[in-house]
Design a protein around this ligand. Structure first.
Ligand SMILES: [Zn+2]
Ligand SMILES: [Zn+2]
Length: 308
């Protein structure tokens, strides 16, 4: 999927909203724009290398959404792994020891969560209006993003994975207003990602613990963290995420659960609920998934570019 009208039909959003989102994606170097026709001038949009990098993130968001946010009539989109001809279920493994990475096997240095995500990435991935993620066609990816909420929601979850449970501890590390933190914690509890447990009566004090649903977001957060880090172009030297099973700094590989081969975007076919298939040998078939995730997540901008 590369052309404006295809995106518009599939995402079912207003034309000027789509124009805004595409412009934002180009600005963030996730999408490139190229004229394919001169009279009238028409453009096609392709994922850049950086855009392609966001692909595993979309895969895990989709997997989590399919599992935890049941959709009437089944998942909106299915994936087929061409390599083994089976439905693609992504699995996150450690590049070092090849074992599947689970929340309980990782150790996160809470200080690594102190720095907010790069500004451009944050704009693309999060919105201060989570409902925008699910505007238009409901997707598992959009639903998963809406559950996380915004980048503070992401950091609260990240710290939970690092073992932080107390309000004051979250507050000290994140350095955000108490009301902002309260709102994010409330939202994550409401979404069923965190449990709030009373541990002291007078004055009342609560602990926050990841639920099973929250723990299942582990690969999403790891992939996103990895992407944010690489996007910065700086390889941090201190091991911020350790794989306890092998003691090495965690590097993730995204493989097909069935055949254990790396899930290369070129080897994945997207099957829409209506049965239509999106396959393109030249461009990665991931474009529709990633773009659904990213365009739904983009913040609204005022500029309207008329030449689509
Ligand atoms: Zn390992
Ligand atoms: Zn496979």
């Amino acid at each position: 999927m590369r052309r404006f009208d295809d995106f518009q039909r599939n995402l079912n959003i207003a034309r000027n909203t789509l124009t805004d989102r595409l412009a934002l994606l180009i600005e963030c170097d996730l999408l490139g724009k190229r004229a394919y026709q001169t009279r009238p001038r028409r453009y096609e949009y392709r994922l850049t290398t950086r855009g392609l990098d966001s692909y595993p993130y979309a895969l895990f968001l989709m997997k989590w959404g399919d599992q935890w946010l049941p959709n009437e009539g089944g998942p909106p989109v299915r994936l087929r792994h061409k390599t083994c001809n089976k439905p693609l279920r992504p699995s996150a493994i450690c590049a070092e020891c090849r074992r599947e990475v689970r929340a309980e096997d990782i150790s996160i240095n809470p200080l690594s969560a102190k720095e907010p995500a790069p500004e451009d990435g944050a704009q693309v991935r999060y919105s201060s209006r989570p409902e925008l993620y699910t505007a238009g066609r409901p997707t598992s990816v959009g639903g998963a993003l809406a559950a996380i909420g915004d980048r503070w929601g992401f950091f609260v979850l990240w710290l939970s994975f690092a073992g932080i449970t107390k309000f004051d501890h979250f507050h000290r590390i994140l350095g955000i207003a108490r009301t902002t933190l309260t709102a994010r914690l409330d939202r994550l509890v409401q979404q069923g990602l965190l449990d709030r447990i009373l541990y002291q009566d007078r004055p009342p004090r609560h602990d926050y613990h990841l639920t099973t649903k929250g723990r299942a977001l582990c690969p999403v957060l790891l992939v996103l963290f990895d992407w944010g880090e690489r996007g910065l172009g700086t390889e941090t030297t201190d091991a911020s995420v350790l794989h306890k099973s092998c003691g090495e700094r965690l590097r993730l590989l995204v493989v097909c659960e069935n055949c254990k081969e790396v899930a290369d975007p070129h080897e994945v076919e997207v099957i829409m609920r209506d049965g239509s298939r999106k396959t393109n040998t030249k461009s990665p078939t991931s474009s529709s998934i990633s773009l659904t995730a990213l365009t739904k997540g983009g913040s609204r901008r005022k500029t309207v570019d008329s030449d689509n």
